[in-house]
Ligand binder design. Structure first.
Ligand SMILES: Nc1ncnc2c1ncn2[C@@H]1O[C@H](COP(=O)(O)OP(=O)(O)OP(=O)(O)O)[C@@H](O)[C@H]1O
Ligand SMILES: [Mg+2]
Length: 352
């Protein structure tokens, strides 16, 4: 007897033109610096189509739908002929990432199984300050910080320079550029003015951890498993760029920093340090309510002490990048990883 294929609905939300489409027209030779990586980055649509293709290769009946900021469309998809599972790739709604958790709440209310983190984890991790307080209260090290609601800060703030200033409720390195690291009080006050003029409070002022940067991906639930760790190499950055993953270094193929940042996997770490990192990463994953897959951004100080910078539930699943790079290093292919994530979701019973 033929068994019915599991129906997977890959949901994403994209309106307007994909910025990466314009990169097709750019001639790399016109940039005035040596490019290391292709500047023709895949568009959101191409990424999601690759996920659908991989899920089909694993035997699922998969399709991708763009909900296009349309609540009625989203509700109809969940209500009429709902899928067996939603592969949740919606990171914002009504143009704000603050509704990411509410979208997961819609799956809960419609009793549709879905992949990734529940509303609680999505909401918590978007509040970087609160997440850090939860981590600290539970013995997970994170850099010392202050959460500011006004652009004024006393000279004796108790933190040690250098400091990094970042919006507390943004992600994707938004608001992080080469001016984000400050070395004295005057640098701090002028940067705060700029950041407060652009981003809604609160703003985090945090001790800058000078040292290695690692991305630690975790897959699964019973038990969650730490995948091979990625390390970032900033050694080719020009002197005007601090050793951080700025927005430009992460996302902008037209910026030189993008081509000067490299990554390697697995990171070469002393056994004892690796064990400690894995232990705190797993603790942070569980404490923040992450599920199925997540990525933690961690820095080591000069003495190899790890500090959790932030927890990313539902991180980017682009093939060969970040989370998927780590999975592949663990010997789990792109399509196998996606299949595992779908199966984790199917094992959960939606609220009755
Ligand atoms: N305390 C710190 N010490 C050193 N570097 C830091 C610190 N905080 C942030 N950074 C640098 O800034 C980058 C972005 O910071 P963070 O990960 O907190 O923000 P994000 O916008 O949420 O990033 P993502 O793109 O991972 O979602 C980090 O990857 C790191 O390079
Ligand atoms: Mg980060």
């Amino acid at each position: 007897m033929k068994t019915k294929k599991t129906r997977v609905l890959v949901l994403y939300n994209q309106v307007g033109k994909d910025e990466y489409e314009d990169l097709r027209k750019v001639d790399p030779l016109s940039l005035g610096f040596k490019t290391e990586y292709p500047i023709h980055v895949s568009t959101v649509k191409e990424e999601y189509n690759a996920i659908v293709k991989a899920l089909r290769s694993e035997g699922f009946r998969a399709r991708a739908v763009n909900v296009e900021e349309n609540l009625h469309k989203l509700e109809t998809l969940l209500h009429r002929n709902p899928p067996d599972v939603v592969f949740n790739l919606i990171e914002f709604f009504h143009d704000t990432s603050r509704l990411e958790g509410s979208v997961a709440g819609m799956y809960e209310i419609h009793r549709v199984a879905y992949t990734g983190a529940p509303p609680f984890a999505l909401e918590l991790c978007q509040r970087k300050g609160l997440t850090k307080q939860v981590l600290l209260a539970n013995g997970v090290p994170t850099p010392r910080f202050r959460l500011l609601f006004h652009p004024t800060v006393p000279k004796r703030h108790g933190l040690h320079y250098p400091l990094i200033i970042k919006p507390a409720r943004e992600d994707g390195s938004s608001g992080i550029d080469k001016e984000s690291v400050v070395y004295d009080y005057s640098g701090l006050t002028s940067r705060l003015e700029k950041v407060f003029a652009t981003f809604a409070p609160p703003i985090i002022v945090e001790e800058f951890i000078e040292g290695r940067e690692l991305h630690v991906s975790i897959l699964g639930n019973d038990p969650p498993v730490v995948l091979p760790i990625i390390e970032f190499d900033f050694s080719e950055f020009l002197p005007d760029h601090p050793t951080i993953i700025s927005y430009a270094a992460k996302w902008d193929p037209l910026d030189e920093a993008y081509h000067r940042m490299h990554s390697m996997c697995p990171a070469k770490l002393p056994k004892r340090v690796q064990k400690k990192i894995e232990e705190i990463a797993l603790r942070a994953y569980k404490l923040t309510g992450c599920r199925d897959y997540a990525r933690l951004d961690i820095r080591l100080d000069k003495n190899n002490h790890p500090f959790v910078l932030e927890v990313n539930p539902n991180p980017d699943l682009t093939e060969g990048v970040s989370f998927m790079e780590s999975a592949e290093k663990a010997g789990i292919s792109f399509s196998e990883t996606l299949k595992m994530i779908v199966e984790f979701a199917l094992q959960r019973k939606p609220v009755k």
